[in-house]
Design a protein around this ligand. Sequence first.
Ligand code: CA
Length: 373
Amino acid sequence: MARVKQFMRMTRLIIIPLFVLFLAACGGGGDSTGSGNNVKDDRVFNWKMVTTWPPGFPIFQEGAESFARQVRTMSGDRLNILVYAGGELVPPLQVFDAVSQGTIEMGHGSPYYWAGKVPEAQFFSSVPFGMTAKGMNAWLYYGGGLDLWQEVYAPFNLVPLPMGNTGMQMGGWFNKKINTLEDIKGLRMRIPGLGGKVFKRAGGNPVLMAGSEIYTALERGTIDATEWVAPFHDQRLGLNRAAKYYYYPGWHEPGTMFELIINSNNWNELPDDLKQIVETTALAVSQTIYSQMEYYNQKALQEIHQNSHIELLQFPDEVLQELQAMTLETLDEEAAVNPAFKRVYDAYRNFRNQYMQWTRLSEDAYQDILRGQ
Ligand code: CA
């Protein structure tokens, strides 16, 4: 034992000084280490971020505020972002323009809000019968989707980054059962975007309405049905008190992606380390928002289950198949007259078709087994 201890002591005597020498060689060499510029760019950036969310809106607005706090901490107070909810500085639907024009440096929302200006932006958000959050992440980060998105936004002086996903949404709240496509005819439903267009093609009457007006409209019968998000947000809006039937799945929004948009002049001004902090924090917040959605939705679903007057119903397969066929018609019609839309649609569709082959024999096959239990 004594010999072993003596050997260990000798080893330490030799190895430790060698290690110290090695560290000195690495750390003392300045630029020769390849770690980049050691001269710190200590400029301070005081920015504003506007969002499309109502003040205090759980998970979404909270996510934007958490992003700003994390960036400030990691940058050592060099990038300070003041976050304003929708309407506090600019109306929610003017976020894109405000950041594009450079009045505001950053924004948080979802690309499909700008469908009137950039129809192809919807593919970076969510399209009916499109990809879920997992497929969207794979396409955007590794399948060329984000490059395409950045190209689409470049003419508007905007740099987009994914920052959040709602996960699968619910089909919505109804006071009338949907047994066949006939039941959709004449139905007044709050359902925006491409989902609304498809709903109209099916004979429905899509209504546009801000979140704050939905509960009263449904309760008073101004509308017959509404979609919003999923159990957690729907329950907070009180929709479970205004309708009897809660339908699934959210065919019209299978995984809505959120965006962080940055004015490109402001982005170009940032030193590389701050750019890296923004990109990495956006990635982290994206994961946080998606995980929170999955957690709080399952929790809220338990509460809805316990509420005996709500009936949870799945849309009949036949209705979903018909809506899917109408979705393809709607997308093809737009692609036929809009080359920019077609370009993004083709890229999205190619990836989706390939990705579906993988999900069918991985997650889908696995879920089929679980359903049988
Ligand atoms: Ca929705």
